[in-house]
Design a protein around this ligand. Structure first.
Ligand SMILES: [Zn+2]
Ligand SMILES: [Zn+2]
Ligand SMILES: [Zn+2]
Ligand SMILES: [Zn+2]
Length: 388
């Protein structure tokens, strides 16, 4: 049978023009598809294709009627190419992922969600404003996904944290309708909370709804960036949030720091972010901190180190940010040992003296000297270090 077919095919080919024959047997694609056999699905803009490359799965493209989440379609100009089989493989993986969606099942609608290396996000905000521009919910979700993965990457760089230092995927949700927030809290977290919800340490979860500060694109992005830090560090090395076991200064300092690094200011307050719209110099802190430390000679660290995150005022948290920034610049190799020692529920003073190898007072002197040198008297940029 096989021999017969081959003979027939050869006979048929002999009748065709040389170029038509080449097309039939070609499994090498064509020029239009860059010899891949596939082209990007035209239902999505270039920037969505870029965003999708950063995430593992996205429910919005998974529901695309043309590509079913493969993001690729067959090239119409040629038979096939080396990547043709990828379409079916990817579609199968996407379908399997999308089938596991208890949130959509429960709410009986398509809940937009996305999965990245370390996060599962529900960003159900709908269209939000970015200044005067409107940004659709799908893009908002991807901006947020990029931010939280950027935090993960910076923490990985600063701490040398690897994937297996974490115990969970961080779940972060934002809802347009407060009723959805309340309903999923009850169903999935057995919580009757109606306000913002944050669970740190083991299986971190975060759920909020769009209101006040969190109803714009920058507001939502800063909120997620800030809280991604709390979640990641609470889950790394050991499932324990150290914000109330001696590491409030480290917990608050780091969350404000990564928020500041990604968005050039820090607006969030660590406790009850939504209900207490506090302001400390509009979120641009460096100049104010420098001025405060110059004016107030009283030592700050002995007072700050024993405080829990929840007991700090926003100006206290700003000082913790400045202390964390000093650590990042002057003692980056000490961040991981500090966090690991804090996970043993030891006091901040003990941990700092052991890891940095000097007394808290000497550490404060070094930190304040650095603030004096590097923090600006105008604007918000770090000043260049003096040549030593
Ligand atoms: Zn082609
Ligand atoms: Zn997407
Ligand atoms: Zn598509
Ligand atoms: Zn915080």
């Amino acid at each position: 049978m096989r021999i017969l077919l081959t003979t027939l095919t050869l006979a048929a080919l002999a009748l065709l023009t040389p170029s038509a024959a080449a097309q039939i047997i070609d499994t090498d694609g064509c020029r239009r598809c860059d010899h891949q056999g596939v082209v990007p699905c035209g239902e999505h803009d270039d920037d969505i294709h870029d965003y999708e490359a950063d995430v593992e799965f996205c429910s919005v493209v998974a529901r695309c009627e043309v590509c079913a989440g493969a993001l690729l379609v067959d090239c119409e100009r040629c038979e096939s190419g080396p990547r043709s089989s990828e379409i079916a493989e990817r579609q199968a993986a996407v379908a399997a992922w999308l089938a596991e969606d208890p949130m959509s099942d429960f709410l009986e609608r398509d809940v937009p969600h996305v999965e990245t290396q370390r996060f599962t996000l529900v960003v159900d905000t709908g269209t939000l404003k970015n200044g005067k521009k409107k940004v659709d919910g799908h893009r908002v979700m991807h901006m947020v996904a990029r931010d939280v993965e950027e935090v993960r990457a910076r923490i990985a760089e600063h701490f040398g944290i690897a994937a297996d230092d974490y115990f969970a995927k961080m779940r972060m949700w934002i809802w347009k309708d407060p009723k959805d927030h309340v309903a999923v809290m009850r169903e999935f977290l057995r919580s009757t909370s109606t306000g913002d919800f944050k669970l740190l340490g083991k299986d971190p979860v975060f759920s909020v709804y769009t209101e006040d500060l969190f109803s714009t694109v920058p507001g939502v992005r800063r909120l997620f960036t800030h809280n991604a830090t709390h979640m990641l560090l609470s889950n790394a090395y050991k499932m324990l949030w150290t914000g109330d076991t001696g590491g409030g200064w480290f917990d608050a300092g780091s969350a404000h720091y990564y928020e500041y690094m990604l968005h050039e200011l820090s607006i969030n307050y660590c406790i009850e972010e939504a209900t207490l719209p506090l302001d400390y110099h509009g979120g641009e802190w460096r100049k104010a901190i420098r001025k405060r430390l110059q004016k107030e000679e009283t030592r700050m660290l002995p007072r700050l180190l024993p405080m829990n995150t929840g007991a700090m005022t926003l100006p206290d948290q700003a000082l913790c940010f400045a202390f964390y920034e000093w650590l990042v610049h002057e003692h980056p190799d000490k961040l991981a040992p500090l966090q690991k020692a804090l996970k043993e529920k030891r006091s901040g003073r003990e941990v700092i003296e052991e890891v940095l190898g000097s007394s808290v007072l000497a550490v404060e002197d070094a930190w304040r000297a650095w603030i004096d040198e590097r923090y600006p008297t105008r604007g918000d940029e770090l000043r260049k270090p003096k040549k030593k």
